[in-house]
Design a protein around this ligand. Structure first.
Ligand code: AMP
Length: 487
């Protein structure tokens, strides 16, 4: 009869075997074990065997599904296989690039590079990452020293190819990651030029979060009889995340954000702003209220972005405010909360955003602030998700502060009820702004009492969302409901 421990060990080794059964080389399995991965994710289950066999593959999957390991593990396996069987002829004559991975953003490229470092650490294979916005000198040095895998953004790769610093004629595996985003970013010409330099006898893998016709056309052109896999269609991924929405006046968002952050136990929070300027403004506001935060967006230098990302990963600051482009593909574990300070203009971006939390099976929480002018956006998101998002209410204390701030701006003649058509209207001149002083005063009063309470350690947890399951109606209906509530 088996002892309890025996059967437990047996179970554990069976779990380990889930990666073992793929037949990956031992140095790669060792790295997987060191990472603590026990069970392959659905995309890994489907992709790893196909890629190991040398098949082309088209995968509809987004970041957060374990996609990087799904292509990195079998790619490393194939490269070590060639080396072990003496098939790596070029190795004798110095390393050559045998795998080329293209990524739309620098951050994603850097993260893929980290994954190759992690999964390939016992293989002896080398990789380099090249992207724009930083000096090319260390990148060229790395390339000259010889690498087996090159991870690149298309623009910098084209530059380096033009300077004859890169030789792609030995590439055996070509991987296009986030292909849809590369097209969105206007990389189609660089992509064509790069693919033309890669031998046509190769294995090609293409990953894309969405499959618009252009992607299908490129796949038909560049891939041969590919295996097709689709995991967690975007809307389904969102099911892992607890979602709720606050209906607020746009002007009330800063107050609500601070209150939420101060009263919600969280590890790391990612706040999304629609604009770079908005992201900076949110950070300034949070810092003023004593909440450590940093912004990450396209106006920041690459070095700054890397530094901020590193700091955020080690929880200092615990709040990162990002725009969509900067956040795309960010691989940060343990983001407990995603806050949509502004709703995104397209619903798929919402799913990408909230996918930053709830990664690889973990649950996360996503909350959204929906201004009156954003009701239409919320409706499209709910249509995509095929369900309504729970409506949450601010805590009573905050509701009061919001109400008095709203009342004050009403008295001051501001027109908070204007819809999206007014979104671009110029800000009131300084003199008119002065008239909303009462609102400002009540906000200040609120913060003062908050700070005092915090000092006394008496802040209550954030109120549990009310009005659950309530589906916001059409914009017109809402406007009515809102104005009634305000009357
Ligand atoms: P990706 O979709 O490649 O960005 O991966 C998302 C996250 O899942 C990364 O932080 C990986 O380290 C993690 N991950 C990937 N595969 C597994 C696995 N089989 N088990 C647990 N975590 C994983």
């Amino acid at each position: 009869m088996r002892s309890y421990f025996h059967s437990e060990n047996h179970l554990m080794s069976q779990e380990m075997n889930q990666f073992k059964t793929f037949g990956l080389h031992e140095p790669i399995l060792r790295a997987v074990r060191a990472e603590g991965y026990e069970t392959p994710t659905p995309i890994q289950l489907q992709a790893i065997p196909e890629v190991m066999q040398g098949r082309d593959l088209i995968g509809c999957a987004q970041t957060g599904t374990g996609k990087t390991a799904a292509f990195a593990l079998p790619t490393l396996h194939r490269m070590t296989l060639a080396a072990a069987s003496g098939g790596a002829g070029p190795r004798a004559a110095g390393r050559v690039i045998r795998t080329l991975i293209l990524s739309p953003t620098r951050e994603l490229a850097a993260q893929i590079g980290e994954s190759f470092a992690t999964y390939g650490k016992f293989t002896g294979l080398r990789h380099a990452v090249v992207y724009g916005g930083v000096s090319q000198v260390p990148q060229v040095r790395a390339l000259r020293a010889g690498v087996d895998t090159l991870i690149a953004t298309p623009g910098r790769l084209i530059d380096l190819m033009g300077q004859r610093c890169v030789q792609l004629s030995h590439v055996e595996i070509l991987i296009l990651d986030e292909a849809d985003r590369m097209l969105d970013m206007g990389f189609i010409d660089p992509l064509r030029r790069i693919v033309a330099q890669v031998p046509s006898q190769r294995q090609t893998l293409m990953f894309s979060a969405t499959m618009p016709p252009e992607i299908r056309r490129l796949a038909a052109e560049w891939l041969r009889d590919p295996a097709r896999i689709e995991v967690a269609p975007t809307a389904a991924t969102a099911d892992l995340v607890q979602q709720s929405v606050f209906h607020v006046e746009p002007k009330q968002k800063p107050l609500l954000l601070v209150d939420y952050l101060q009263n919600t136990p969280s590890s790391r929070t990612l706040v999304f702003s629609r604009t770079k300027h908005g992201a900076d403004k949110i950070v300034r506001h949070l810092m003023r209220q004593g909440i450590e935060a940093a912004a990450i967006h396209g106006n920041k230098s690459q070095n700054n972005r890397q530094r901020v990302l590193k700091q955020f990963k080690s929880n200092s600051p615990p709040v990162l405010v990002a725009t969509d482009v900067a956040s795309r593909g960010l691989d940060i574990d343990e983001i407990s909360h995603v806050i949509n300070y502004d709703l995104p203009l397209d619903p798929e971006t919402y799913v990408h955003r909230i996918g930053r939390t709830g990664r690889a099976g973990a649950t996360g929480e996503a909350i959204s602030f929906c201004g009156r002018d954003e009701r239409g956006l919320l409706n499209s998101i709910e249509r995509l998700l095929r369900r309504s998002i729970r409506v949450a209410q601010p805590r009573a204390e905050v509701r009061q502060a919001l109400a008095s701030a709203g009342q004050a701006s009403k008295q001051s003649g501001a027109k908070p009820n204007q819809g999206s058509g007014q979104a671009n209207r110029p800000k009131p001149a300084a003199s008119t702004q002065a008239s909303s002083n009462t609102a400002e005063q009540s906000r200040r009063k609120f913060w003062r009492s908050k700070r005092k309470k915090r000092a006394n350690g008496s802040t209550a947890p954030f109120a549990s969302p009310a009005g659950q399951g309530k589906r916001p109606g059409k914009p017109g209906k809402h406007r009515r409901r809102f104005s009634q509530a305000r009357a």
